[in-house]
Design a protein. Structure first.
Length: 136
């Protein structure tokens, strides 16, 4: 693979070699797009677009099964914690947390969006860094 740069040093084009494309074809079922981006030293978006251009789909995330420990963690924390916090701890995305919680039949106990906002406001107020926001 070779990269073309503009005068400011930004990558303008990626020239994929056949061996790179073959590596993608061979590893698409087992390697995430993020890991492919790291492997090639390019952005996630570049790899995603190339995979789509090749007519392939990454099944890595969809094929990944949850462990018993992950399911227990979600069952314990989903009703009372933000999806993003759970996702961060498990190394997955918030939509994946919501989908798995739905599959497990779980529901939230209250609106975490407002609780998170309220906690942030109280913390900012205590640190004297709060700002008044006006919403339309």
């Amino acid at each position: 693979m070779s990269l073309r740069y503009d005068k400011n040093g930004k990558v303008t084009d990626i020239l994929w070699e056949e061996q790179d494309l073959q590596w993608i074809r061979d590893n698409i079922p087992t390697v995430s797009l993020y890991d492919m981006a790291i492997h090639f030293g390019v952005s996630y978006q570049s790899v995603r677009l190339k995979v789509m251009d090749m007519g392939l789909r990454s099944r890595y995330i969809r094929g990944k099964e949850f462990t018993r420990e992950q399911d227990e963690y979600i069952k314990t924390h989903y009703p009372t914690e933000c999806d993003s916090d759970i996702a961060f701890r498990l190394g997955i995305s918030p939509p994946t947390v919501r989908k798995r919680a739905s599959e497990l039949g779980l529901r939230k106990e209250y609106d975490h969006t407002m609780v998170r906002f309220a906690n942030r406001y109280v913390k900012d107020y205590k640190n004297n860094t709060h700002k008044v926001h006006v919403y339309d």
